[in-house]
Design a protein around this ligand. Structure first.
Ligand code: EPZ
Length: 418
């Protein structure tokens, strides 16, 4: 088993370049199935979620030609299957195959995982959208099938601004007859990226990034285009909060400041300094963080995917802070691990109280999901002494070369084979 070993007490200094957004990449890869042609995708993050999705696409008959580890040519002219039950059962984001294959072929079957570390993860809003477009849905033995001869555009109101449901309905309606309106749509940057990708390939999607998205169905999507994935706002935020927790001074390169406004506001609120210059963001911290309260919200609110990383900052802040997690039922497992490092956190349901301590102390800890894993790395770098992190498979799902990026910022960090 692999572990990350960190000898802490370092203030991070230097520059880090942000990779392509994992959550955009694993939506754009299935979106290629809507194209009867060849396209090229650049700036893919070299992470296991991307590799896993590529394996699924190849099983379906897609031909992938890798130009580099970040660039792939995708040939979707010859889809041989529209059903994959095994890999998809363990890979949540495979539900995007539903929208893409329903839109392209009119039928699809995937296996669905149950809830995961974040609590229940229903897909009722996805199903509501597909049925509104005219699809027949069958849920049995943990599989989901969707069929429809011709999808017909309609207006769909999302009870919750679900990222996955917004993207999945967008995928299904791109080739449908007529116009689809998604009301109360999610507005995350990667939703805009999926829409931009599809429009580059000939789709007619307007309003992505607002809460009303309008999709005029088109007959066909052409290929022969190249698309570059948007920089990962969550990876950028992870490094920003690492600079604050370790009283460092770093420059985050290749990021989009606009996507980080809620994070910048919180960094300033706890006493950090931020200076933006084009696609570079300098973040530095000279003193112990001040306390702050955080409520995670759909974009443009504070991202739930940075909640754990913010928890490390608040564990070290002066005074008592509260985090309200409004998106997921159970996203505080990481606090048990931080308490092993001397933090004083009590969590109850969707809230947690952080009584700031002067410093954390290194200890053996385990990642429970990929963002919790990133938070434990930040905690290990800030802590006194040695921290050992296990369950690295979670971290490798969404962070490219994370220990190398932190080592280049001065952290004493290495990955070892146990
Ligand atoms: C996406 O998950 C991200 N994953 C998550 O990031 C992120 O935490 C989440 O959006 C919120 O920003 C990917 O993009 C692959 P949702 P998704 O649908 O689409 C409820 C990471 O760390 N809901 O916006 O699954 C759901 O239970 C991952 O990169 C329904 O009730 O999130 C949850 O409470 C973790 N019914 C809330 O909405 C539905 O049909 C948010 O879910 C769908 C969702």
């Amino acid at each position: 088993m692999e572990k990350i070993i960190i000898n802490g007490g370092t203030s991070l200094k230097g520059e880090v370049s942000i990779s392509g957004a994992k959550n955009a990449a694993i939506a754009i890869l299935p979106a290629t199935l809507l194209i009867d042609g060849i396209c090229t995708i650049e700036n893919l993050p070299d992470v296991s979620d991307v590799k896993q999705f590529c394996s699924i696409l190849e099983i379906l008959g897609v031909k992938l030609t890798w130009k580099s580890k970040h660039e792939v040519e995708v040939d979707t002219r010859n889809i041989v299957k529209t059903s994959e039950l095994d890999i998809t059962r363990t890979f949540r984001a495979s539900y995007y195959l539903l929208g893409a294959l329903l839109g392209r072929c009119g039928n699809v079957q995937v296996g669905l995982p149950g809830g995961c570390k974040l609590g229940a993860r229903p897909i009722d809003l996805h199903i509501k959208g597909f049925e509104a477009l005219g699809a027949n849905i069958d849920l049995s033995q943990g599989n989901i099938s969707a069929t429809c001869k011709r999808l017909t555009g309609t207006t769909i109101y999302l009870d919750f601004a679900s990222v996955g449901a917004t993207i999945n309905i967008m995928l299904a309606s791109v080739l449908a007859d007529g116009t689809t309106i998604i009301d109360n749509a999610a507005k995350e940057p990667h939703i805009v990226d999926v829409a931009n990708f599809l429009n580059t390939m000939g789709a007619d999607i307007r309003g992505a990034g607002t809460d009303v998205i309008k999709i005029n169905g088109v007959k066909k999507l052409h290929g022969d285009c190249t698309y570059s994935i948007v920089p990962d706002q969550i990876e950028a935020g992870t490094f920003m909060l690492a600079a604050i927790a370790t009283k460092g001074d770093i420059v985050v390169k290749n990021c989009i400041t606009k996507h980080l406004e809620s994070v910048i506001a919180k960094v300033v609120e706890v006493g950090g300094n931020v200076d933006s210059n084009g696609d570079k963001l300098r973040v530095w911290m000279k003193k112990r963080p001040s306390k702050a309260n955080v409520k995670t919200l759909p974009y443009p609110g504070f991202p739930t995917d940075l909640q754990a990383q913010m928890g490390v900052v608040l564990s070290l802040a002066e005074g008592t802070s509260i985090i309200n997690e409004s998106i997921w039922d159970s996203r505080f497992q990481y606090t048990e691990e931080l308490n092993k490092m001397g933090a004083k956190i009590t969590s109850q349901g969707k809230s947690a109280i952080f009584e700031g301590v002067n410093h954390l102390i290194g200890a053996p800890v385990a990642a429970s999901d990929l963002r919790a894993g990133a938070a434990l790395i930040i905690a290990g770098i800030a802590a006194k002494g040695c921290t050992e992190i296990s369950n690295l498979e979670h971290i490798d799902r969404g962070y490219e070369n994370i220990e190398e990026k932190f080592r280049n910022l001065g952290a004493n960090i290495k990955r070892v084979q146990e």
